[in-house]
Design a protein around this ligand. Structure first.
Ligand code: IPD
Ligand code: CA
Ligand code: CA
Length: 490
């Protein structure tokens, strides 16, 4: 294979944008309004199809009198209202992957069943349009995927033979079309997992775009001989690793969340610790024990610091898990349903991965340094409100009575300058609320590293800012105060 003639074609929805989920949400919203049942199931069948094919599926499901035009107009109005102007969630790694392929001088095309007007708008709003040498859209070809036409046209424009072209797709019909075009189909499944047919039709199934890029790089002859390319490969491999570690941590944390949900508070589970109203339950200990065992299975050489164990202020190199098995223990004791498991992974003293899981709402907040922050797999971003239009969260540092007055005086002064204040009882979840754009500023005058090791990274990766209350650097080996904002409110 001559590497200079290699090209890559991307599908858009479900590969570049996390848009399939958002389209389905909007379709279901309209269906609920008109009492149409099973729309979610029907909408799944439309993934990867053009307008005509989608219309046919809806008419087959809801009868020939179904007013497709009206229905589509309404759901598309909801979609535009929610996501226009660059607010469409982007899949992890998109920009890095485009940059890497450009650095390798590989021409790129986009082949999407969506019509050109929307493709151009969505790519432009996200700042991605200039990465593509060619766009081939649903209204530019007659036959929709799974027919190969759209990809064959893209190959023709790119001047690359299908057998020199990688096609990155998430949908079944997209992979079928890429296979039929006799190109190299690389599947990155989005909502629907790959089945046996997909395994047969795809040359490679990746769990994310970095992995897809790695695979493509591994297929380029003599790539490792060019220093520039080597840099791309190494950087990229590290990100693949980080995403794999994150997905393993998420599984362990979700599993441990079940211990919190199934807890039996009826008999003697509480013990007091040092400080005012500082409790520990047998569940804090149980969750920590499970986390310690399972997290160290993922990274056996890592150090483990958990709230319910021994601590020192030693600064180590390499990986270190910093864990709060239940952040919000008082809430947990009261069955108040605002508690979380917080797992921070620090590398050489700097935050690397953060996972905060609220088992009651089944919300999994995650972040990887330099890659992004997500809630249940979808990108999150801090809000752009000023303090006067913001909500301020604060922690009372309950175990340090000497800080009570300053905490409440500070909260009072923020209260006067904002919409209102809140005190949730979980520092980790407060930080995630800032990251998700649900509140604008959070402060607490003293916290332990396990309260913020995960949440602080989630905030910064979501575009926010985290410092000590005085504006200094946050420490991960000893307690400090925390001020987290959307980078605007102050
Ligand atoms: C506490 C919670 C609380 C914060 C305290 C923390 P714990 O953690 O995060 O919101 O105000 O400072 O210690 O004791 O429930 O794990
Ligand atoms: Ca805590
Ligand atoms: Ca705790």
């Amino acid at each position: 294979m001559n590497k200079n003639s290699i090209a890559v074609i991307f599908d858009m929805d479900g590969v570049i944008f996390d848009s399939e989920r958002t389209y389905i949400e909007c379709m279901v919203e309209v269906a609920d309004k008109y009492g149409l049942e099973n729309m979610e199931e029907v909408a799944y069948k439309c993934i990867g199809l053009n307008e005509n094919a989608t219309k046919q599926i809806l008419i087959d499901a809801y009868g020939k009198d179904f007013d497709y035009k009206k229905y589509r107009l309404e759901s598309s109005a909801i979609f535009h209202e929610k996501y226009d102007g660059g607010r469409l969630p982007v899949k992890p790694g998109v920009k890095d992957v485009f940059e890497s392929l450009k650095k390798l001088n590989i021409p790129l095309a986009l082949a999407s069943s969506t019509k050109k007007e929307s493709v151009v708008k969505e790519l432009s709003d996200a700042g991605f349009i200039d990465y593509f040498d060619y766009l081939v859209c649903g209204d530019m070809v007659e036959k929709s995927k799974p027919e190969p036409d759209i990809f064959l046209k893209a190959c023709e424009l790119l001047g690359s033979a299908p057998d020199n072209t990688f096609i990155i797709e998430d949908s079944y019909n997209g992979i079928r079309a890429a296979h039929a075009a006799k190109a190299h189909p690389v599947m990155v499944p989005d909502i629907i997992r790959a089945d046996q047919e997909m395994e047969m039709c795809s040359e490679f199934i990746a769990s994310n775009l970095y992995e897809a890029l790695s695979y493509i790089c591994s297929r380029l002859d003599d790539i490792k001989n060019r220093p520039d390319d080597q840099e791309v490969v190494v950087k990229n491999e590290e990100k693949v690793n980080a995403l794999q570690i994150l997905s393993k941590i998420e599984k362990v944390v979700a599993e441990s969340g079940k211990i919190i949900l199934k807890a039996d508070r009826s008999n003697n589970v509480i013990t007091s610790k040092e400080g005012h109203a500082n409790f520990v339950t047998k569940y804090d200990k149980k969750v920590q024990e499970v986390l310690e065992n399972k997290l160290l299975d993922i990274l056996p050489k890592a150090r483990f610091v958990g709230e319910e164990g021994e601590h020192n202020e030693e600064k180590g190199s390499g990986f270190e898990f910093i864990v709060d098995p239940i952040d919000g223990t008082t809430n947990f004791i009261k069955d108040y349903h605002v508690s979380a498991i917080s797992v921070g992974l620090v590398k050489d003293g700097k935050p690397y991965i953060g996972v905060v899981y609220n088992p009651y709402l089944k919300e999994m907040f995650t972040a990887i340094t330099g890659i992004g922050a997500w809630c249940n797999g979808r990108n999150i971003h801090v809000s752009d409100n000023e303090l006067e239009n913001g909500i301020v969260l604060f922690g009372t540092s309950p175990y340090y009575e000497e800080l009570n007055k300053k905490s409440f005086d500070t909260a009072f002064s923020y209260f006067k300058r904002s919409l209102d204040i809140r005190r949730s009882g979980s520092a980790a979840l407060d930080l995630c609320s800032i990251a998700a754009g649900r509140a604008e500023l959070y402060f607490e005058l003293i916290l332990q590293p396990w309260d913020y090791a995960a949440g602080a990274l989630i905030v910064t990766e979501a575009g926010g800012k985290v410092t000590t209350f005085e504006g200094g650097e946050v420490t991960y080996n000893k307690p400090c105060s925390i001020l987290a904002t959307n980078s605007i409110a102050e």
